[in-house]
Design a protein around this ligand. Structure first.
Ligand code: G3D
Ligand code: MG
Length: 215
């Protein structure tokens, strides 16, 4: 189960989404987050950031969205990231370094684990980071994109260093989470409507319990 919440379904709804950053150590997860939130790269702040989340408030078409974006304190380097980190996530950004094939393998492991534990409700984005090092690429472009396609994830290329693709990635993720939330609400509504038979001709009753009240 994910933890989607919207204060109300309407123009004034506020959506609260949890997003996790996952991927091998040193692929640039923290750098992408700091670029997105503070528009900084290689700041001193980078090494002191602890495993918590940073908040970002955005507005899309009048919808207010609060993103809680979780980053690790480097536990992934010791293979110590468990379900407690990603539970209740609405979205995950799976980051690899385009110059490091092993890091792409790690992304595939994460996709398997997340699909197994959270099903298809979670929105997945795969990010090939460090595209400023294109000349050192070892992960083939077509392979990464067709893999993403196959597992129902969007693929983005990013450079936290040069600020490329970062804003676009977070925007797409957020839009997909909103869509997913609205589809789920619609499904719930359809389910309710299927069992709620409305007869236009019948007089409107003031209480559903009329006739059955005993007190
Ligand atoms: P992590 O949080 O996934 O462990 P970090 O990764 O954000 O700590 O980044 C690891 C290293 O990669 C850092 O270098 C960082 O500057 C570098 N890096 C992050 N994003 C990019 C990018 O887009 N391009 C390039 N060229 N480097 C990037 P150091 O040297 O500080 O370890
Ligand atoms: Mg980090």
């Amino acid at each position: 189960m994910t933890n989607m919440s919207a204060a109300a379904a309407g123009p004034n709804a506020t959506y609260n989404f949890k997003v996790v950053l996952l991927g091998e150590g040193c692929v640039g997860k923290t750098s992408l987050l700091l670029r997105y939130i503070e528009d900084k790269f290689n700041d001193k702040h980078l090494t002191t950031l602890q495993a918590t989340f940073l908040n970002k408030k955005i507005n899309i078409n009048g919808k207010r969205i609060n993103l809680a974006i979780w980053d690790t304190a480097g536990q992934e380097k010791f293979h110590a990231l468990g379900p407690i980190y990603y539970r209740n996530s609405n979205g995950a950004i799976l980051v690899y370094d385009i110059t490091d094939e092993d890091s792409f393998g790690k992304v595939k492991n994460w996709v398997k684990e997340l699909r197994k534990m959270l099903g298809s409700e979670i929105v997945l984005i795969i990010a090939g980071n460090k595209i400023d090092l294109e000349h050192e690429r070892t992960v083939p472009l077509e392979e990464a994109e067709s893999y993403a396609n196959m597992v129902g994830a969007k693929h983005f290329y990013t450079s936290a260093k040069l600020n490329q693709g970062v804003e676009e990635l977070f925007l797409e993720l957020t839009q997909e989470m909103v869509e997913r939330f609205e589809q789920n609400s619609q499904t719930d509504l359809n389910r309710t409507q299927r069992v709620l038979v409305v007869d236009d001709e019948a007089p409107v009753q003031s209480s559903c319990c009329t006739g059955s009240k005993t007190n």
